[in-house]
Design a protein around this ligand. Structure first.
Ligand SMILES: NS(=O)(=O)c1ccc(C(=O)NCCc2c[nH]cn2)cc1
Ligand SMILES: [Zn+2]
Length: 261
């Protein structure tokens, strides 16, 4: 009998490997990033995002996260440079967050957990489609940006959070036109990069992670807005959608490179 994975004790990260054996692999994400073990790689190039606002399509609640979906039928919104061998197409962005401001991110930096983490998922168009790309070690690139709670929140987050009311419950979707996610980026493009996996099942090990060093600032109210999402469908008892983050996984013999000193 099929029992969907989730983040509860009976279907959470410690159980995922039973249905998705890759979850116990040697290249899993997220991981802890410690400055002492990071390798400064001065050959790392800057990365560039060239996003078309017209590619934004919808925003949805799938019961696991809040996701914005983009048209990835051609090289319309792309990420390139950095550790990447070519252009990668933007397919979707989504968030991970906690039940309170002191945790919620997936990656952890020198022991610091942020309130949340924004992931922009891109796939390598040298493969025929997304599901082919997720089977390749160079198939996917995720740009990760930490959300830090502070007094001067980033106004650009408002657009996404205003739509939350339209997608309160699982399965809800709303139009989300004319949105360029690069307005969410912090000033500095400095980043860490390493090879890892999807942080949710099936946990395929096909991701080049590009993690920005600098967080974007959101307000506590904005985090509360994310926490107002429900993981249940409309006609079911209310279950807050919170703590949709995977704990850090063993790094094993992987190098984390930094683009900055
Ligand atoms: N947190 S994250 O690692 O950035 C991430 C990004 C995308 C997905 C996703 O869309 N999963 C459903 C489709 C699928 C099956 N196999 C690969 N993708 C999950 C996790
Ligand atoms: Zn994610």
């Amino acid at each position: 009998n099929y029992y969907p994975w989730g983040y509860d004790s009976d279907n959470g990260p410690d159980q995922w490997h039973k249905n998705y054996p890759i979850a116990k692999g040697r290249h899993q994400s997220p991981i802890e990033i410690n400055n002492k073990e990071v390798h400064y790689d001065r050959s790392l190039l800057p990365w560039f995002a060239s996003y078309d606002p017209g590619a934004a399509k919808t925003i949805l609640n799938n019961g696991k996260t809040c996701r914005v979906v983009f048209d990835d039928s051609f090289d319309r919104s792309v990420l390139r440079g950095g550790p990447l061998p070519g252009v990668y197409r933007l397919r979707q962005l989504h968030f991970h967050w906690g039940s309170s401001d002191d945790h919620g991110s997936e990656h952890v930096v020198n022991g610091v957990r942020y309130a949340g983490e924004l992931h922009l998922l891109h796939w390598n168009p040298k493969y025929s489609n997304y599901l082919d790309a997720v089977r390749r070690t160079d198939g996917i690139a995720v740009l990760a940006i930490f959300l830090q709670v502070g007094e001067t929140p980033k106004p650009e987050m408002k657009r996404i959070l205003e739509e939350i009311n339209a997608i309160k419950t699982k399965g809800k979707e709303a139009p989300f036109p004319n949105f360029d996610p690069s307005i969410l980026f912090p000033k500095s493009h400095d980043y860490w990069t390493y090879h890892g996996s999807f942080t949710t099942p099936p946990c395929e090990e096909c991701i080049t992670w590009i993690i920005l060093r600098d967080p974007i600032i959101v307000s506590s109210d904005q985090m509360a807005k994310l926490r107002s999402l429900s993981k249940n469908a409309e006609n079911e008892p209310n279950l807050p959608l919170v703590d949709n983050w995977r704990p850090t996984q063993p790094r094993y013999f992987r190098m984390v490179s930094a683009s900055f000193l």
